[in-house]
Design a protein around this ligand. Sequence first.
Ligand SMILES: Cc1cc2nc3c(=O)[nH]c(=O)nc-3n(C[C@H](O)[C@H](O)[C@H](O)COP(=O)(O)OP(=O)(O)OC[C@H]3O[C@@H](n4cnc5c(N)ncnc54)[C@H](O)[C@@H]3O)c2cc1C
Ligand SMILES: NC(=O)c1ccc[n+]([C@@H]2O[C@H](COP(=O)([O-])OP(=O)(O)OC[C@H]3O[C@@H](n4cnc5c(N)ncnc54)[C@H](O)[C@@H]3O)[C@@H](O)[C@H]2O)c1
Length: 460
Amino acid sequence: MADVFDVIVMGAGPVGENVVDRAVRGGLSVAVIEAELAGGECSYWACVPSKALLRPVDLAGEVERAPGLTVGPIDVPAVLARRDWAVNDYSDNGQARWLESLPSTYIRGRARLAGERKVDVGGRVLTARHAVVVATGSLAAIPPIPGLAESKPWTNREATGVKKVPGRLIVLGGGVVACEMSQALHALGATETTMVVRGHRVLERCDGFAATMVADALVARGIDIRFGTQIERVERTGGEVVAQLSDGTTLTADEILVAAGRTIGADIGLETVGLPDARPIEVDDSMRSVAHDWLYAVGDANGRALLTHMGKYQARLCGDVIAARANRRPDDLPSMRDQGDHHGPPQVIFTDPQVATVGLTEQMARERGLNVRSVEYDMSGITGAYLAAENYIGRAKAVVDEDRKVLVGMTFVGPAVADMLHSATIAITAEVPLDKLWHAVPSFPTVSEVWLRLLEAYGL
Ligand SMILES: Cc1cc2nc3c(=O)[nH]c(=O)nc-3n(C[C@H](O)[C@H](O)[C@H](O)COP(=O)(O)OP(=O)(O)OC[C@H]3O[C@@H](n4cnc5c(N)ncnc54)[C@H](O)[C@@H]3O)c2cc1C
Ligand SMILES: NC(=O)c1ccc[n+]([C@@H]2O[C@H](COP(=O)([O-])OP(=O)(O)OC[C@H]3O[C@@H](n4cnc5c(N)ncnc54)[C@H](O)[C@@H]3O)[C@@H](O)[C@H]2O)c1
């Protein structure tokens, strides 16, 4: 019976790790299987290294806006060395020790579902008494453009793990990875960076004004953005990549970075339990599959929100629910159902300016049938903002549900707005009425005074 566990978790990314932690706390025996490194894409090839590369770029922008200070050239080897430190030199020994100390059983190998409650790891079949949790994350999607796959394109892995910054870089996509990594690599030496964006804006899921501000800032830094353009063919010849564009022009570069979204659920044995391959697993608000009562999916694997913090939130409630169900305790406490994804997840995009957004955009709210009114405020007029930076550029937009007089969406765009976001997340999640928010007085002179200005603009 050595290979029978209460719970089997496939994937030890940040999300899988949190399921393990909560299920063990709930008194269950847990095996967790990891194909690469415990800590997942986020720790080694996504959130952590990208933010390590962006931080000096961000700071350089802040210094530029502070009269009396001068930005020196960025010491690229030092930045890359700090990135290597941040990813623990691509070693997961610490994470593996932590998983074992919980205690859980950490198994290195590639897991595949093998029928009901069964998971195959290189021929060894494990059985789950209560639950199998899929936390296998996602991989960079490579669009079927002729010649692209053969041209050794960079994905988030090569971009975040960069050893030698290419002088000329083509970036396919206009989403979050494309904007963040174009900004970082351009500042670190990719002086000729061209983003090829098929639509007419970047950051499609954000409010339009935020997308425009980010695109304008990237262009002002010298990044070339080709909107409404597709890459039709790619060829690598010698050390160069040549891309033919739909507008008839050609781009030549040292590398091409593909940032075209993610592939979810490929080759994990979903077909053995009657589910379609390469698709997110549809779950209910307890993260249980709508198809099988023993199967759960969390994080990128369920496609609800491709964000580490949201996956970890789902993981906490999933581990608790599984433990409650296994121990025949109430499994429907308020903390055991996903509400955060329905409100609209918080997200910070670490470009300069940063975009910090939570809840619904005005358009999303209207599509949900809400009767909303929006107010916007130019943050450059706030004392805290113009003291923080010369020529401060920033804007905020609040979306108010007129029937309930509560906030349903908030977007801040500007330097260093990341840490302002949680105030909005609390207001939206707790559905704080606007006339109560009026009494939450922001300190002077901080950029947070935008809260007061927005409420005044609304009419309070
Ligand atoms: C460049 C980039 C930057 C990002 N920055 C941010 C950010 O700043 N903030 C944010 O919130 N989100 C960010 N994201 C998104 C974030 O990385 C993901 O949402 C997050 O990693 C999801 O966590 P996860 O545990 O679900 O999946 P992953 O982190 O992908 O982990 C899944 C794990 O499962 C393992 N695995 C896969 N298949 C198997 C198998 N068959 N058997 C065993 N193990 C398997 C993988 O090896 C991996 O370790 C970024 C993404 C990218 C690409
Ligand atoms: N700071 C953060 O929170 C952060 C940072 C990076 C990534 N992420 C998350 O990781 C996920 C992946 O990021 P991403 O930027 O790869 O995806 P994305 O969905 O944000 O953007 C994908 C981009 O690729 C384009 N695209 C897709 N298919 C294409 C095709 N065939 N041809 C041309 N263009 C195509 C889309 O139009 C879009 O511009 C996202 O959900 C994102 O939110 C978060």
